[in-house]
Design a protein around this ligand. Structure first.
Ligand code: ZN
Ligand code: ZN
Length: 173
């Protein structure tokens, strides 16, 4: 887009919709929303959730796995024990399941949270050309940025974006 003044408006618009989608998530630990955009046209929206017909996190509780992960602090790296919910299909994966490859060619994905490593790999193979995200996900950040770069997919961080006031409390994790 040439007019950089308008650009932020569209970014805000589509990120707002991604956050609206994330309010549908039933996982208490993490609510993620994603939308697919071709030009200025919305082609689909998705959120993280259990497979159809399976109990979701609000019914069956989160499915927690504990794992050690390397965390970077200001001056050092440290192994820390983390809990993650693995009951849900991630928003980006649902988005790819419910859209057509042909529609995705050259499109953008707006996602509330920076994709994890698995989603990044799937997005890299999906035909999209850009990922726009708001909240950072430090666990996989370096390798995700690397693979996106290698696959010529632009990653943009909307660091100045503000979550709409009305849904802010619903989407915090
Ligand atoms: Zn959960
Ligand atoms: Zn993911």
């Amino acid at each position: 887009m040439k007019n950089t003044g308008r650009r932020k408006d569209w970014d805000t618009y589509f990120m707002d919709i991604a956050y609206m989608a994330s309010t549908r998530s039933r996982c208490h630990r993490r609510k993620v929303g994603a939308v697919l955009v071709q030009g200025k046209k919305l082609l689909g929206s998705a959120y993280n959730g259990a497979p159809m017909g399976m109990p979701d996190c609000s019914e069956a509780g989160c499915m927690i796995v504990e794992q050690y992960e390397m965390e970077t602090f200001e001056d050092r790296q440290e192994m820390v024990k983390k809990q993650r919910c693995v009951r849900t299909i991630h928003a980006e994966q649902n988005l790819l399941l419910f859209t057509d490859r042909r529609d995705r060619e050259g499109s953008s994905v707006y996602v509330t949270d920076q994709p994890c490593w698995t989603c990044a790999n799937m997005l890299a193979n999906s035909g999209i050309k850009e990922v726009v995200y708001h909240r950072e996900y430090n666990k996989d950040r370096e390798k995700v940025e690397h693979i996106m770069h290698e696959c010529n997919i632009v990653m943009r961080h909307l660091s100045n974006y503000v979550i709409p006031v009305g849904i802010e409390a619903d989407v915090m994790h």
